[in-house]
Structures are given as structure tokens and as C-alpha cells.
Design a protein around this ligand. Sequence first.
Ligand SMILES: Nc1ncnc2c1ncn2[C@@H]1O[C@H](COP(=O)(O)OP(=O)(O)O)[C@@H](O)[C@H]1O
Ligand SMILES: [Mg+2]
Length: 423
Amino acid sequence: MVQNIEGSRFDALFGVLMSFVGLRALLIVLDIITRLLSDYVVFDAAIDVRRSVLKHIQDLDFSFHTTKSTGSLISAMKRGDGAFFTFHDALHNGILEVFVGFITMGYFFGLVDPAIAVITFASLFVCLIITAFVIKLNINARKKYNEEEDNISGIIVDNIINFETVKMFAKESWEQNRLKLAFIPWRKALWDYGLTFRYMNASVGITIVMTVFLILYLAIKKVSLNQMNLGDFVLVLTFSNTFFPKVFDLVWRFRDLAKHFADMEKYFSILDNKIEIKDPKNPVKIKTIKGEISFINSSFAYKGNKAKVLKNIDLTIRQGQTVAFVGRSGSGKTTLIKLLLRFYDLTGGKISIDGIDIKRFTKSALRSFFGVVPQEPILFNNTIKFNIGYGKENASFDEIKAAAKIATWIILSNRCQLSTIRM
Ligand SMILES: Nc1ncnc2c1ncn2[C@@H]1O[C@H](COP(=O)(O)OP(=O)(O)O)[C@@H](O)[C@H]1O
Ligand SMILES: [Mg+2]
């Protein structure tokens, strides 16, 4: 008889044990499946985002590129890329798990004492409200910090790109000082950002300590009045120990989401930059052009400048004609060429090639008609072959060698003039 009761008790407990182990195993399998699925989607999404952002940056107007800071842009992009991954991780793999944990624990608390369950969830609610408030502060502080961080990155990248100029003017220590000064607001922004975490720790921490006190006070009172047995008391104690660290966990996960959100917001705002020099809806498509260029009553002023750089220019360059623009520095020679390539649009008049308004070509078709030798030699971090062959897709190695030979010859025969110009 006794044996039998003990046997059935063991069976019942063994059943509980089995369902516990089974549940854990199921959770592990589910966790692996969700992570696999989310990785599958997120990797492709991350590739799409990076490609779209680069494409948009390429499409953006010349004026965007002359005013932006490369270092700041790269810094915002790198941060955004990272945040894109971690945001998904925090969202899909974190929050849900913590919430399921809460519901399970709430259920057990409810079994022991409904009053304790109510106090626990009320405290959770208060913590979430505090979190929502502090997270707003946190996001704003993060944005300010990001600005400062991008500024720092801008200075460093400027120094790396323009190393020749820095050395030429012996500005090393001046640049170091510039960086040192930029770190003053950076440090303050980071400090303010850090402070918002301390607010969160303090406010959520105090709420939790008060809640634990209240719960245990209730429990002790019930034990002393013999309304609760010691076993249940231990259970309450254990659950409190597990439950409240989880609240902190949840708060920190929300904090993480907020941080990634702020980082991604700036990243995606790159896509909000408008393209003003637009391609036509129905572009003219021609393979070859004769090459007659006409400026007809053309005027242009840079944005924000009232003074016109070019005023009512009429000019025709016939096919095969060689023309040199001569004028004082700042008279508008480079601007004229930039207008021809549609880096900017005229503010009045028209430019045409073979009688066709250049606005009727796509920008890439228009630019493919030209070969440009810039004032400053610019190289990609790649082989000499890559750099010489850059202007012509699928250029053969022989063509590249021929171009290199011609260029050497031109440089040698112009050496004196070139050095005069470059000084
Ligand atoms: N991006 C710009 N924004 C505003 N003004 C500019 C810009 N680029 C050039 N300018 C101004 O336009 C005028 C013509 O410049 P530019 O075409 O470079 O002259 P040049 O090539 O003949 O030396 C100058 O007064 C110059 O300051
Ligand atoms: Mg010029």
C-alpha cells in the first residue's frame, strides 16, 4: 500500500521532470530554428540595404559630395550596418524569450499567492513606464554622441586622405590639436549618454528593491500568521531572485533596441537626401555622337550664391575643334566643364550636344561621351592596370599598355609645363 502511493508519487514527479526536460529541449530546438530563419532573412536584407545606400550615394548630386564629410559619412554607415544586425537580433531573439519567461513566472506566483503576482506585475508595469521615459533621453543623448563621433571620424579620415597637404604645410601638430579640441564635446556627449544609463539603473533598481521588499514582507507576515508554509516561502524567495534580474534584462534589451534604432535612423537618413539633377523620364538613346557642343544663353549661379558665375554665355564648339579656356582663377572655367557634364544644372539657358539638350540624355550616357583628365591625379587603391583601365569597361591588357605608353610620352614632353602648373 505505502509502496504503491510512493510509486505513484514518483511517477507523477517523474512526469513533471520529463515535461520540464522536454520543454527545455523544445525551447532549444525552437531557438535554433528562429535564429536560422532570421539569419536567412537578415543577411539578404543587410546586403540589400548596403547596396541601396551605396547606389543612392552614387546617384546623389555633385553638390552633396562637395559638402559632405567622407569620414562622417563612413562612420554613420558603419554604425548603421552594425545596428541593422544587432537590432534584429535584439528584437527577434531577445524580447520574446524574456516575455515568455515572465508569463511562466507570473503563473507560478499566481499559484502561490495572487497578491504577490499582482504586486510583481504592477512593479513590472512601473519599470516599463520608467524605461520608456529614460529611453527617450537615451536616444537623444545617443544622437548627440553620434554627431560628435562622426565629427571625430571626419577629422581622422580628412587627415588620412589629405596626408600630403598636411605634411606639405607641416600641420601635423595643428591637426592633432584640432582632434584634441574635437574630443572635448565628444567626451561630454559620451558622458551625458552614459548618465542616461545610470538614471535607468537607479530608477529601475529602486523600484525593484522596493518591490522585493514588499513581496518578502508580505510573505514573512503570512508565514508568521501561519497562512503560508515554509516551502511556499522558499518558492517566493527563489522566484523573486530569478524574476527581477529578468526585469533588468528586459529593460536593457529595450535600451539596446533604442540604441540600434538611433544608429539606424541616421544611416537610413542618407536615403532621404534628394537627387536634384535628375535623369529624364524618356531619355534619348544614341550610340555615337558627332560632338558639336553649344552653350545657348547659359547662366549659372551656385546654390545659395546670388552672384552668377556664368552670365548669358553663347558658345559653339564644332566637331573636331580644339578649344582652350583661358581666364583668371575663379573666372568659371571648371564650372563650365561641370555644367557640360551635368554635375550642376544651368539656372538659365541651355547646353546641347549635336543639337540635343543634354538634359535629354541620362547622366551616365552623357558622361560616357567624354574623356576627362582631372586637374588632380586620383587613384583607386588598386593595381595600375585597374586604374588605367577604369574609364573603359573590358579594356584589353594591350589597350591598357598602349594608353600607359601614350601617357608616359605626354608627361615627358610636358614635364616643365606640368611642374609649373602644379606649383
Ligand atoms: N561648389 C561651389 N560652390 C560655390 N561656389 C563655387 C563652387 N565652386 C566654384 N565656386 C565659385 O565659382 C567661381 C568659378 O569657379 P571655377 O569654375 O572653379 O573657376 P576656375 O576653374 O576658372 O578657376 C569662383 O568664384 C568660385 O569661388
Ligand atoms: Mg578650375
